[in-house]
Design a protein around this ligand. Structure first.
Ligand code: SF4
Length: 698
């Protein structure tokens, strides 16, 4: 069975992939459906190859069309009815919670889930199951940025300004963000910036396509992000380029940071970063002399075991230069996943409640208890973050059952072979997905769900702009939406009324739940979203226009001042040595998205990037007698992966680069380091020590 006809009046939607959420239409096609780009303030009619290919997985022959269950723990999966699969799951939840306690059953969500799904899954954990064991894969993506933005500005909205500001600032600094490949429509903004006389600075160990567009590319040594920011701050202070008036009137805590920066004179910062003192002075001069500047961070500095410190170091620099809280200035983090922003606002995170409230603040708990009609004693507190949650599976005192929705941790978690082993050892694993992902293949029950174009719902893009995705296609017969699946489970657990299956009903509830919270959606409705080009939160009333620019009057802290934070200087958790002499960094490729569950099933994308590769500098490859296309084995202290060698001048001679979109033996996270950032729980995906060798017989 395949999706049927398109309702032309309801075809306006957004790309299912990254946080840019480009606007698209789904239009009828002899083969079912195809994508047409749509003019919108963010992507301005431009799509990347993933967007153009977004309809391909909708009709894929591997699409799951019925529930699957395993009759015995190690037996094969077999087709089952919805009733049998839902009954089995509800029974397992009851059994596990009554034998092992409420927290022994956990939930794991994804940053691609709509706001409605994120809200309902969070509520299902806290109100339906009363478990504290819930987190999502955004922990692996944006968690360090979220912590740093909260600490510094009192609020985490990835970009506190609209994308349009990027081409109107004087200096744009991209830190560990390869937007030309990860969010290609942003390239137009970079071109406009430079055409208007602006300057693009890119900080990245790799000479990425984005770095090749830069006026100044700072190819730092992996892991030296904070040292560079401190070196720039040192030179800005030495040249008296800091904004004393802004620091005095709008911030607190500069003195300690100033003292820390004194030790990072250009020659020392140069030694730490591998740059020249002249490059550091040049970058500091560009920033010090500019009237406006924007700093944008990507996953490069954010996926490290000291990632919050990295971000705070850059925010300190931004604040010291007085480049925040005014038009065409600011610090932002580029949200990676389609609804990475919204999902963390709706209570999907281990420590948060809807409206971006905290599970640990009494006033926030009270607001949600009142709204949900429960007592404080019934509302769990914060639970473990993603990595320890997954790694506890099947262990005494850990999870005994897990529901995974919209995520594929067997590919996306660090040191992933251990995660697969832990999931295999769980007494009960249930996965909701539209394909048999590597995680779903281990499950006791698999529910097939509707895809993005087959249901309505909202997402919040990287700017904090709430968008409505209309349903463009009917789902294949018999398929249920994620909301209907949660509703079906709630029915069997005796709480169906609290978990509606209609997205519009859930949105109406979540916007009311957010009222008074930091991410206030209460003035946003589906009917407004149908008429406007998205609405920026906070939007506290029906007549409110939304808030494209935050912090113009004051920051979101108790006294309205931004906070400087001295940072703890620390090395990466693992350094290259004689056995593992190279750095391994991991990241994204243009043609694929996340764990590749969808894009590895898009024929046009697979034709562009058909297999896992490891990028090696040609000089290093020559030394190791590796030629382009050779099969290689990349080895770290966690194990090995197999891939094809790609010789590239983009990587430093001391580094290797592997993309993380692949399963099986080519999966990058088989070898990544699970060392976690203490404040955010972010693993060190971007740095570990490795060696590479040609496979014998290759
Ligand atoms: Fe736009 Fe991102 Fe989709 Fe590409 S993947 S079309 S950049 S939303």
């Amino acid at each position: 069975t395949r999706p049927g006809s398109v309702s032309a009046a309801k075809a306006a939607t957004h790309c299912p992939y990254c946080g840019l959420q480009c606007a698209i239409d789904i239009v009828p096609d002899p083969s079912g459906a195809r994508v047409r780009s749509r003019s919108f303030p963010t992507n301005r009619g431009i799509l990347c190859p993933k967007g153009w290919a977004a309809a391909e997985p909708l009709r894929h022959r591997e699409r799951l069309l019925v529930p699957w269950i395993r009759s015995t723990k190690n037996g094969p999966l077999r087709p089952a009815s919805w009733e049998e699969a839902l009954d089995r799951t509800a029974k397992a939840i009851r059994r596990i919670q009554s034998h092992h306690g409420r927290n022994a059953f956990g939930l794991f969500g994804g940053g691609g889930l709509t706001n409605e799904k994120a809200y309902l899954l969070g509520k299902f954990a806290r109100v339906g199951l009363r478990t504290s064991s819930i987190d999502y894969n955004g922990r692996f993506c944006m968690s360090s940025a979220a912590v740093a933005l909260q600490k510094s500005f009192g609020l985490d909205r990835g970009l506190p300004f609209p994308l349009a500001d990027l081409s109107k600032t004087e200096v744009l600094v991209l830190v560990g963000a390869n937007v030309v490949e990860t969010m290609p429509p942003l390239q137009g903004y970079l071109q406009e910036l430079r055409a208007a006389g602006g300057t693009l600075v890119v900080v990245d160990p790799r000479t990425t396509p984005t770095a090749r567009c830069a006026d100044l590319h700072l190819s730092i040594r992996p892991g030296s992000d904070a040292a560079l920011a401190l070196g720039l701050l040192h030179w800005a202070i030495a040249q008296d380029w800091v904004d004393a008036e802004f620091i005095a009137n709008r911030t607190t805590g500069f003195e300690e940071v100033r003292r820390q920066a004194l030790a990072f004179w250009p020659e020392r910062a140069a030694r730490m970063t591998g740059l020249s003192p002249a490059q550091i002075r040049e970058a500091a001069t560009l920033l010090g002399k500019a009237k406006t500047a924007i700093f944008l961070s990507g996953r490069g500095g954010e996926q490290q075991s000291h990632s919050v410190a990295n971000l705070l170091a850059w925010i300190n620099l931004c604040l010291a230069l007085g480049k925040a809280g005014k038009p065409f200035c600011g610090f932002g983090s580029l949200t990676g996943q389609g609804n990475g922003q919204g999902a963390r606002e709706q209570g999907l995170k281990a420590d948060q409640l809807p409206g971006y409230r905290s599970l640990e603040l009494p006033a926030d708990r009270e607001a949600l208890c009142r709204f949900w009609g429960i007592r404080d004693a019934e509302l769990p507190h914060s639970g473990p973050t993603a990595d320890p949650l997954l790694r506890s599976c099947g262990l005494p005192g850990g999870l005994q059952g897990l529901l995974v929705l919209g995520s594929n941790p067997v590919v996306s978690a660090p040191k992933s072979l251990e995660i697969a082993e832990r999931l295999r050892s769980l007494p009960f694993l249930v996965v909701v997905d539209f394909f048999l992902s590597e995680t779903a293949a281990l499950a006791d029950v698999v529910f097939p769900s509707a895809q993005w174009a087959e249901e309505e719902g909202t997402v919040t893009n990287l700017e904090g702009r709430v968008l409505l995705r209309e349903q463009a296609l009917p789902a294949p017969p018999g398929i249920r939406t994620d909301l209907e699946i949660l509703h079906g489970l709630a029915q069997r657990l005796g709480c169906a009324n609290a978990f509606p299956a209609q997205a519009s009903q859930v949105f109406d509830e979540l916007r009311r739940a957010s009222s008074g919270g930091k991410a206030d959606y209460s003035g946003i409705t589906y009917s407004r979203l149908r008429q406007e080009e998205g609405i920026f939160w906070p939007c506290p009333s029906s007549g409110h226009p939304g808030t494209p620019r935050l912090f113009l009057e004051g920051f979101a802290t108790a006294d309205g001042r931004a906070r400087f934070h001295p940072i703890e200087e620390a090395l990466p958790a693992e350094l290259p040595d004689g056995d593992y002499p190279l750095w391994l960094t991991t990241g994204r490729q243009l043609a694929h998205y996340q764990s590749g569950t969808q894009t590895r099933r898009s024929p046009s994308l697979l034709a562009r990037e058909p297999e896992p590769t490891v990028e090696i500098h040609p000089a290093m490859a020559e030394k190791l007698q590796i030629a382009e296309g050779d099969r290689v084995r990349l080895i770290t202290r966690r194990g090995f992966l197999r891939a094809s060698a790609r010789l590239s001048l983009a990587v430093r001679i001391d580094s290797l680069f592997a993309s993380f979109h692949w399963g099986g033996e080519g999966s990058a996270n088989r070898v990544t380091n699970p060392a976690l950032d203490r404040d955010s729980g972010m693993p060190e995906f971007k740095l570990c020590a490795a060696r590479v060798e040609r496979e014998s017989g290759a």
